[in-house]
Design a protein around this ligand. Structure first.
Ligand code: FAD
Length: 318
C-alpha cells in the first residue's frame, strides 16, 4: 500500500515508522530481523531501508603501491525489502539514489522493485563519495533527486528509456523525497532549498520525509514555509535519539543540524553513554509528544540499525 494511502486510512491518527540500514557485508538477515522484531508491536505500516553506494578504498600492495578498490560495505537493500515484505507483511520502502546509477541502472532497479510488489520508493540524490568533496553523477546519471523523480514518474506513465518499446506496462510507485528543516548542507539558503523541494513535488513526488531535527520549532517553521510556497504534500518528521557523547560533534558536522543548548549541556554533563542514551530517549519522547499534538501523520525514527532506544520511545508514545 502507498504511504499516502496509509495516511488517508489512519484518519488523522499519528502512526509509527522507522528506517533501518542494511548490515555490514558479512552479516546475515537475522541481524536485521533481530532489530525489527522488537518494534513490530507498534504496528509500523512501513519500514524504510537505506541504500549505500560504493566507496573507494586504497589497499597497499606488496610493492608498496596503493591499489584503488571499489567496495560496497552495506549491500542488500532490495533483498532486505523483499525479506521484510515476506516476513512481516508490511510495506518496505527502498531508498533509490542518483549516485552510482546511470539512468539505465535506475530503470532496471525500479523494474526489480515493481516485480517484487514494492509500492513506495524514496528518491534521493545521495552524497558525494567519501574521497570527493562534491557530488558527481554517473555518466548518463541524474544530477538531482528531482530528475530521478521524473524518471520514476515516467515509468509510472509507462514511458521507458527505450522509446521503441511497445505495449509497456505502467508502474505505480508512490514517491517520497527528502526535506531539510535546517536546509540541506549545500543549499545557499532555506529559501532556495524549499524552491527545489517544490520542484521534486511538481515532478511527481507524493510525500516528504525530513532530515532529523532536535528542535521542533525548526520543523514547524519549515512546514509553514513549505505550505506558503504551495507544497501541500504530507511532511513526515524524521527523529533520531542521541545515544553517545560523540554524536554531539558528529551530528552537526555530518548532517549540519543544530542541537539545542539544553540538550547539549545535559549530554555534556552526563556521566557516561548510558546516561546519554537515557537523555536522548527522554528528549525524543518530548519531541514526539509535541509533534503528535500538532497532528503529524507519522513519526519516523532513524534506528541506525539499533532498536532498543526506539522501542523505549515507542512504548511511551504508541
Ligand atoms: P536533492 O533534492 O537533489 O538536493 C541536493 C542539493 O541540491 C540541495 O542543496 C538542493 O537545494 C540543491 N538542488 C536541488 N535541485 C537543484 C537544481 N536543479 N539546481 C541547483 N540546485 C539544486 N543518503 C544515502 O546515501 N542513502 C540513503 O538511503 C539516504 N536516505 C536519506 C533519507 C532521508 C529522509 C534524508 C533526509 C536523507 C537521506 N540521505 C541518504 C542523504 C541524502 O542523499 C543527502 O542529504 C544528499 O546530499 C541530498 O539528497 P537529496 O535527495 O535531498 O538531494
Amino acid at each position: 500500500m502507498k504511504v499516502t494511502e496509509h495516511i488517508e486510512k489512519s484518519k488523522g491518527k499519528t502512526q509509527f515508522s522507522f528506517e533501518i540500514l542494511p548490515p555490514l557485508k558479512g552479516q546475515n538477515i537475522d541481524s536485521i530481523f533481530n532489530n525489527i522484531d522488537p518494534l513490530m508491536e507498534f504496528n509500523p505500516p512501513f519500514i524504510d531501508v537505506t541504500y549505500h553506494r560504493e566507496e573507494y578504498v586504497y589497499k597497499e600492495q606488496e610493492n608498496g603501491l596503493l591499489q584503488k578498490k571499489i567496495v560496497k560495505k552495506r549491500p542488500g537493500t532490495v533483498g532486505i525489502c523483499a525479506a521484510i515484505q515476506n516476513k512481516y507483511k508490511v510495506d518496505a520502502i527502498p531508498h533509490v539514489l542518483c549516485g552510482g546509477f546511470s539512468k539505465e541502472d535506475t530503470e532496471n532497479f525500479l523494474i526489480d522493485l515493481d516485480f517484487l510488489g514494492i509500492d513506495n520508493v524514496m528518491a534521493l540524490r545521495g552524497d558525494a563519495v567519501k574521497s570527493e568533496i562534491y557530488f558527481k553523477p554517473e555518466e548518463d546519471g541524474h544530477n538531482y533527486a528531482s530528475d530521478l523523480v521524473s524518471q520514476i514518474e515516467n515509468l509510472n506513465q509507462g514511458n521507458y528509456l527505450d522509446e521503441d518499446l511497445a505495449n509497456t506496462s505502467t508502474t505505480n510507485f508512490c514517491i517520497g523525497v527528502a526535506g531539510y528543516p535546517e536546509k540541506h548542507m549545500e543549499a545557499p539558503s532555506l529559501e532556495s532549498d524549499v524552491y527545489f523541494l517544490k520542484k521534486k513535488i511538481n515532478k511527481g513526488a507524493d510525500y516528504i520525509v525530513t532530515q532529523m531535527f532536535f528542535d521542533n520549532q525548526k520543523y514547524f517553521e519549515f512546514v509553514d514555509k513549505c505550505r506558503k510556497e504551495g507544497i501541500t504534500a504530507p511532511i513526515i518528521p524524521g527523529l533520531k535519539p542521541i545515544s553517545t557523547k560523540k554524536q554531539l560533534n558528529l551530528i552537526p558536522h555530518r548532517f549540519k543540524v543544530d542541537l539545542p543548548d539544553d540538550l547539549v549541556m545535559a549530554v555534556v554533563k552526563a556521566k557516561d553513554n548510558k546516561a546519554v542514551r537515557q537523555i536522548g530517549i527522554e528528549w525524543c519522547i518530548a519531541q514526539s509528544k509535541e509533534l503528535i499534538k500538532k497532528g503529524v501523520p507519522f513519526l519516523h525514527y532513524y534506528s541506525m540499525g539499533k532498536s532498543d532506544n526506539i522501542k523505549s520511545i515507542a512504548k511511551e508514545i504508541f
